[in-house]
Design a protein around this ligand. Structure first.
Ligand code: ADE
Length: 382
């Protein structure tokens, strides 16, 4: 690529759009320098499998998603099997991936695909948008990868590539900046060059492996000759994002009651975050004191606080929340029945540790951290 002409969003010439599209697509096709990532969902054309992958990839890195996707597709290989599955199985397969709302919406959308669309995924991005959990980005990704539509899909990686390449100065997470990024993405996607799905994934890969947030590898970039940010030495300043507010801090106590090989867990029935997942019984104490929360939780379980010992604090950071959980530990007497439920929990059970190890019981990563902190001999998750 020459470096004479600087790009702008209003490029007069369609030829330049075509040129960058060719350059990036041939980089993507070049296996010699392992440009394109070897990801298992790239070996399928099955729209359902691609939909599952894009849902898992919404907030999670590709390397993390790989084993979850394989397990999910093996257990629930068709949209029909997902539609018929129990929610507990879907959440168990999702356990550890976070953002469990994605799993609940995927499940609900699969039921709609069966009930409304005759078991086949709609093909156009505009129609895919009507499914639960499918936003503009996921719709564009599925439509381009599974159905060859020249639709754009802008995630964080793609927004960074485009903001730098076109030197878009607005906050890409705000309405105006996002609209500008989507507009150039749509214009480039529409250029009749290469396979639509390859273009979508080439942009994602460039963002994930070369046009990195912290240390961009500009010397390896197939678009460096025309990158506006590089030309003005502004790669490190773009994309601009508004400063995130600090996550709200939530403090709680957890009581881990365990015996060799088993653990007392409760099924959460409220809250968008962990509903439908099994967890160590917990009590928040945003107002009040640790002491008061511990007493309240012990009373709900029907045990004496004096029978417990403190293990330490687990800090778990979610997108909007910083959770600080003080962990207390005690022995589980197998013959006892415990009270807990309502209104936050709907069941309490002694669960064999093996069910957590094998991911057959839905639970969040926080639960695993609490159990690690409790550090009970014989009850190892890994
Ligand atoms: N992130 C979102 N979708 C992706 C895909 N198809 N390949 C790699 N990373 C992705």
């Amino acid at each position: 690529m020459g470096s004479m002409e600087r790009p702008s969003e209003q490029w007069p010439s369609k030829m330049l759009d075509r040129e960058i599209k060719r350059a990036l697509l041939s980089w993507y096709a070049a296996t010699g320098d392992r440009a394109a990532r070897d990801l298992p969902w790239r070996g399928t054309r099955d729209p359902y499998a691609i939909w599952v992958s894009e849902t898992m990839l919404q907030q999670t890195r590709a390397a993390t998603v790989v084993p979850y996707w394989k397990r999910f597709i093996e257990a629930l290989p068709t949209v029909g099997s997902l539609a018929e599955a129990r929610e507990e199985q879907v959440l168990a397969l999702w356990s550890g991936l976070g953002y469990y709302r994605r799993a609940r919406m995927l499940h609900s959308a699969a039921k709609d695909v069966v009930a409304i669309h005759g078991g086949r995924l709609p093909q156009r991005a505009s129609a895919l948008l009507t499914l639960d959990g499918v936003g503009k980005y996921t719709a564009g990704a599925i439509a381009s990868i599974a159905f060859n539509e020249r639709a754009a899909a802008v995630d964080g990686n793609v927004a960074r590539v485009l903001a730098r390449f076109f030197a878009i100065e607005e906050d890409v997470t705000g309405a105006d900046g996002s609209a500008r990024v989507w507009a150039v993405a749509a214009r480039l996607a529409a250029v009749d060059e290469g396979e639509p799905g390859d273009w979508t994934q080439a942009l994602m890969d460039l963002g994930a492996t070369v046009c990195l947030p912290q240390e961009p590898q500009c010397t390896r970039c197939p678009l460096r000759g025309r990158c506006a940010a590089l030309a003005r030495g502004a790669v490190g300043d773009l994309p601009r994002k508004r400063v995130k507010r600090a996550p709200m801090e939530v403090r709680s106590v957890a009581i881990v009651l365990a015996s060799k090989g088993a653990i007392l867990l409760a099924l959460r029935q409220t809250g968008a975050l962990f509903r439908g997942l099994w967890e160590v019984p917990q009590q928040p104490w945003t107002a009040g004191s640790l002491r008061g929360a511990l007493r309240a939780l012990a009373r709900r379980l029907g045990i004496a606080p004096a029978a417990l010992s403190v293990r330490g604090e687990v800090v778990h950071i979610l997108s909007h929340r910083k959770m600080r959980v003080t962990v207390f530990c005690g022995r589980l007497d197998g013959r006892r029945r415990f009270a807990l439920p309502g209104p936050d929990y709907s069941a309490i059970e002694t669960v064999p540790f093996s069910e957590l190890r094998r991911h057959t019981r839905p639970h969040a990563t926080l639960t695993r951290k609490l159990l690690d902190m409790a550090n009970m001999p014989g009850n190892r998750l890994r």
